[in-house]
Design a protein around this ligand. Structure first.
Ligand code: CO
Ligand code: CO
Ligand code: CO
Length: 306
């Protein structure tokens, strides 16, 4: 599996029993704290293995760092955070590579395994499915607000940062006990962008009641204050004629649909009859933000927000 349906990772069958999953992801610092940066960047990189139904096995650090401008202690904190996550995921850190750059960037190249018959793609969604999302939305604008001094980091540390640093592995472990038709993680293209990939890959139409979408506290308020992100406009353009807004939304409520996520939640598509049971399992597992956000309906490929 490669580029065809814009999936989260590449998958290569090594034998009838085992397929290898490969992915790479790196980001600029979401917040001005190196330990959180390492935790979140690593959770974000590892997520693409989980979203394919796999288990992470090895990881390599990818580092860009201005070693003449910043103390090496900062780099150590980034790497410490990432290593904590790799260990928590049950994987091994086996190396990496560093180059000089003006702004720090960090991520992992992660390899994982999956049974070739148990690969979960973003392209298997079916009419009659419900969609479950495991983390709230709106992290993009909150990061920019913190950077602009409009939100203190200490506020983000209460709720947002632990949520983003949480691995998606536990959620996937629960979902794999069900008839899981499709999965992807919600990252840079925002909720609409990634659901459109599911809709296009699965040739389905998805109905999202706006009121069912979970957002982090303060996210809408920050759009109201005029904060946005560099990706909102591009994400909106990506959705052009495949997104139908069937209700009238305030500008800031609409912007939330295009807010880019870092280390966002998993989106599961499974039969409606199993939705509530999976939701209960996720809640029992401590994934308390998990919620049903929509359903797959007959009709043209695309999304309607109602
Ligand atoms: Co992904
Ligand atoms: Co990714
Ligand atoms: Co090298």
């Amino acid at each position: 599996m490669g580029f065809d349906t814009a999936d989260d990772a590449g998958v290569y069958k090594l034998s009838p029993e085992i397929a290898m999953i490969n992915t790479v992801d790196f980001i600029t610092p979401p917040v001005d704290d190196p330990h959180w940066f390492g935790l979140i960047a690593a959770a974000n990189s590892i997520s693409d293995i989980y979203s394919m139904g796999g288990k992470p096995v090895t990881a390599l650090n990818i580092v860009m760092f201005p070693s003449k401008q910043l103390p090496l202690e900062i780099l150590k904190e980034i790497l410490r955070g990432a290593h904590e996550k790799v260990i928590e995921a049950g994987a091994c850190l086996v190396g990496g590579h560093t180059i000089e750059d003006e702004e720090p960037k960090f991520g992992l190249s992660v390899s994982g395994t999956v049974h070739p018959d148990r690969v979960i793609t973003n392209a298997g969604s079916q009419v009659g499915d419900v969609l479950i999302l495991t983390k709230p939305l709106g992290s993009g604008v909150l990061f920019n607000a913190a950077r602009a001094g409009k939100l203190p980091l200490s506020l983000l540390e209460e709720d947002l940062l632990p949520s983003l640093a949480a691995l998606n592995g536990a959620a996937m472990e629960e979902a794999l006990q069900f008839d899981l038709h499709a999965c992807t993680d919600i990252t840079g293209f925002g909720i609409i962008g990634h659901i459109l990939e599911v809709a296009a890959g699965s040739r389905t139409r998805i109905r999202l009641p706006y009121s069912s979408l979970p957002f982090y506290a303060e996210a809408e308020a920050m759009y109201k204050k005029g904060v946005s992100t560099l990706s909102n406009e591009a994400n909106r353009r990506l959705s052009h004629n495949q997104l139908q807004l069937k209700l009238s939304l305030s500008t800031q409520a609409e912007e939330l649909l295009f807010d880019p996520q870092t280390s966002g939640g998993l989106l599961f598509s499974l039969p409606a009859s199993q939705g509530q049971e999976l939701l209960d399992k996720l809640h029992q597992r401590g994934i308390t933000s998990a919620t049903i956000i929509g359903e797959v309906i007959p009709g043209e490929i695309g999304i309607e927000v109602v």
